[in-house]
Design a protein around this ligand. Structure first.
Ligand code: MLT
Length: 323
C-alpha cells in the first residue's frame, strides 16, 4: 500500500473512531459548573434538569458550585475547560448576557467562547423584602427607598449577576444608589433576607416561591405584564405603579467552544427530553419557571438569545455604571 493511501486509511480510521467515540459519548460522569452558591436559582434549575438529563445520557451529572465575581469566575472556568463534552455549565442572563458590560477585562466572550446547548428556564424577576419592611405595597416601597436611600440595604450576587443588573434597572428608575451587599449567590442572600439582615433584593422567582408561600419574606411586584401563575397574589409592576420595570431572566446550558457538535446535540436532546418530562417540567413551573418548548430550547435559539441579550445589556450597563 502506498504511503499516501496509508495516510488516507489512517485518516479515515481516525475520523471513524472520533465518530464512534462521539456515538458512545458519554462514557463517564459529566461536570456541570454552576457559577453561584448552592441553593440559589441557577443551582436549583441545574439540579432539576440535570437529574433527568443524566437518566437520558446514562451517566451522572455532578454539579460543581464555583462562585465569585457575579458568576464570571465559574463561567471563565467553564470557558477554559477541555472541550471534550465532560464539562458544561449553567449560565444565565447575567453571565452570558450582561457581564461583559460590567467587566471590561472579562476573560470570555459569551458568543465565541461557548457552544450553546439550550435554554433551561425563563425566570421572572420579583422585588422582594424582609417581611417587616415598612412598606405595604410597591408605591410605599418606592417612596421609602427614595426617602431612606442612605439607610436601606440592598443585596445581590455580585456585579453582573441577575440580581445585580435587575436592581440596577430598578435603582436607575427610582434615581437612588443604595448600599448593595454582594453574596456568592442569592441562595445565601435569601437566608439573610428571611432573617431580616438585609432589606430587599431583585431576584428570580424560582428562588423565592417557597419562601413567599411560607410568608417568611414579602414581594412587592413581579416585573412582568401578567401575574405569575405560581404566585397569583403578587401584583405586577404595572399594577404597582412602575410599568416600565419589565424584566425577566433566563438560565441556559453551555459547553466550552470546540465541544464536538454531535456531543452538543446529545446534550441538547437530553435537555429537551428533561423539559418535556411532566415531573421535571412541573417542578420548574411550580417554582414559577417558564419552560421552553423544543424549539425554544434549541442550541440555535440560545445562540440568538445570547446575541440579543449582549446587544441589549452591554451598552445599557456601560452607560449606567462607571467602568
Ligand atoms: C444564583 O443562582 O445565585 C443567581 O442566579 C445569582 C444571580 O442573581 O445572578
Amino acid at each position: 500500500m502506498t504511503g499516501l493511501r496509508k495516510w488516507a486509511l489512517a485518516g479515515a480510521l481516525a475520523l471513524g473512531s472520533a465518530g464512534a467515540f462521539a456515538q458512545s459519548y458519554p462514557t463517564k460522569q459529566i461536570t456541570m459548573i454552576v457559577p453561584f452558591a448552592a441553593g440559589g436559582p441557577t443551582d436549583v434549575i441545574a439540579r432539576i434538569v440535570s437529574d433527568h438529563m443524566s437518566k437520558t445520557l446514562g451517566q451522572p451529572i455532578i454539579i460543581e458550585n464555583v462562585g465569585g465575581a457575579g458568576g464570571t469566575t465559574g463561567s471563565t472556568r467553564a470557558a477554559k475547560a477541555a472541550p471534550d463534552g465532560y464539562t458544561i455549565m449553567m449560565g444565565h442572563m447575567g453571565t452570558h448576557g450582561a457581564a461583559p458590560g460590567l467587566y471590561p477585562n472579562i476573560a470570555y466572550n459569551p458568543q465565541t467562547d461557548f457552544e450553546p446547548v439550550g435554554l433551561a428556564a425563563g425566570t421572572p424577576i420579583l422585588i422582594v423584602a424582609r417581611k417587616d419592611f415598612p412598606a405595604k405595597d410597591l408605591k410605599e416601597f418606592m417612596a421609602y427607598v427614595k426617602a431612606n436611600e442612605a439607610k436601606v440595604n440592598n443585596a445581590d450576587a455580585g456585579p453582573g449577576s441577575v440580581s445585580n443588573i435587575t436592581c440596577i434597572l430598578l435603582h436607575d428608575m427610582l434615581k437612588v444608589n443604595p448600599v448593595t451587599i454582594p453574596y456568592q449567590g442569592t441562595g445565601p442572600l435569601l437566608n439573610d433576607l428571611v432573617s431580616g439582615k438585609i432589606d430587599y433584593a431583585c431576584d428570580q422567582i424560582v428562588n423565592l416561591t417557597p419562601q413567599l408561600k411560607a410568608g417568611t419574606i414579602k414581594a412587592y411586584a413581579v416585573a412582568m405584564p401578567a401575574r405569575a401563575k405560581a404566585l397569583p397574589d403578587v401584583p405586577t409592576s404595572t399594577e404597582g405603579g412602575l410599568p416600565d420595570y419589565q424584566v425577566s431572566a433566563w438560565n441556559a446550558i453551555f459547553a466550552p467552544k470546540g465541544t464536538p457538535k454531535d456531543m452538543v446535540a446529545k446534550l441538547n436532546d437530553a435537555l429537551v427530553k428533561a423539559l418535556a418530562d411532566p415531573a421535571t417540567k412541573g417542578k420548574l413551573e411550580d417554582l414559577g419557571g417558564i419552560v421552553p418548548d423544543a424549539q425554544g430550547a434549541s442550541s440555535a435559539a440560545l445562540a440568538e438569545l445570547v446575541k440579543r441579550e449582549n446587544a441589549r445589556w452591554i451598552p445599557l450597563l456601560k452607560s449606567k455604571v462607571k467602568q
